[in-house]
Design a protein around this ligand. Structure first.
Ligand code: OAD
Length: 244
């Protein structure tokens, strides 16, 4: 069996699904955000229509409310066995390791992972659109909140919207180039650039493994795909890696 030195792990919404956080797509279908507005009128939006710079400019109340609700929702969820297993691998794997998450929840870090990056931002952070400063933010973030650094009333959720460039791309591409194993967990492979990581890692010579509930858009690119819930597949795979 091949031995590995350097692992890059990409995670998506599927790893947090069993903690109770809804995914963006199920069986290829997009999710909707349904809520009752302040006048008591039921509303329904495609999630992908809310997470855009255009939506933020046109209706900041709506976009901030969407993220306020998601941020508040973090208080009632816990890391599951898959997050715990990756945190164990992070602690015990002697070689290089990088967990790249597309998720904006904080479940990897609450499980104890440290060698990780949030490529799509983090719910519990605010970003000043005027000066670029970042701040921890655990509670609601109303539009117009002044920046503690420059006082401009332009704090927004520190989230990468559709059409914006994901964070840490240089570090991620460097790690992919050095990886000899790339593992993708709970992601549909529908959103680039993350969806292209498997081909990049493969082109650099890494073995590639997918752990997902169902076949994803990218399944055909992986050397191996294992299908099932992350809470079962990830602890099994971590055990295999640590007993090599
Ligand atoms: P998706 O919602 O697109 O895909 C989630 C994947 O997880 C699907 O393939 C599911 O089959 C799988 N899944 C669901 N439950 C699972 C479980 N218990 N165990 C394992 N797999 C499971 O989520 P992402 O691929 O993360 O971007 O979405 C990528 C990006 O699209 C998100 O980061 C977000 C979104 O728009 C931005 O907001 C910029």
């Amino acid at each position: 069996m091949r031995d590995y030195e350097s692992i890059v792990i990409l995670t998506g919404a599927g790893i947090s699904a069993e903690s109770g956080i809804p995914t963006f797509r199920t069986h290829g279908q997009v999710s909707y955000w349904e809520y009752v507005d302040t006048n008591g009128v039921p509303k329904k939006h495609r999630v992908e229509d809310v997470c855009t710079p255009e939506a933020l400019a046109a209706d900041p109340e709506l976009v901030h409310r969407f993220y306020d609700l998601r941020r508040a929702g973090l208080a009632s969820v816990e890391p599951n066995a898959a997050h715990e297993a990756l945190a164990r691998l992070d602690r015990e794997w002697p070689g290089a390791l990088l967990i790249v998450t597309q998720n904006v929840d904080d479940l990897h870090e609450r499980a104890g992972a440290t060698r990780m990056l949030h490529m799509h931002g983090a719910l519990k952070q605010a970003l000043c659109a005027a000066c670029g400063a970042r701040f921890d933010r655990g509670d609601d973030l109303p539009p117009g909140t002044p920046c503690p650094a420059c006082a401009a009333p332009r704090l927004r959720p520190d989230i990468v919207f559709f059409g914006e460039i994901p964070y840490h791309m240089h570090r991620i591409e460097t790690a992919l180039a050095q990886a000899d194993l790339f593992v993708s967990i709970g992601t549909s492979g529908a959103v680039y650039p993350a969806a292209g990581f498997v081909r990049l890692a493969s082109a650099y010579g890494a073995a590639t493994l997918e752990l997902n509930l169902e076949r994803s858009e990218g399944s055909g690119w992986f050397d191996e795909s294992r299908l099932g819930p992350a809470s079962q597949l990830v602890p099994q795979w971590v055990e295999e890696m640590l007993s090599r």
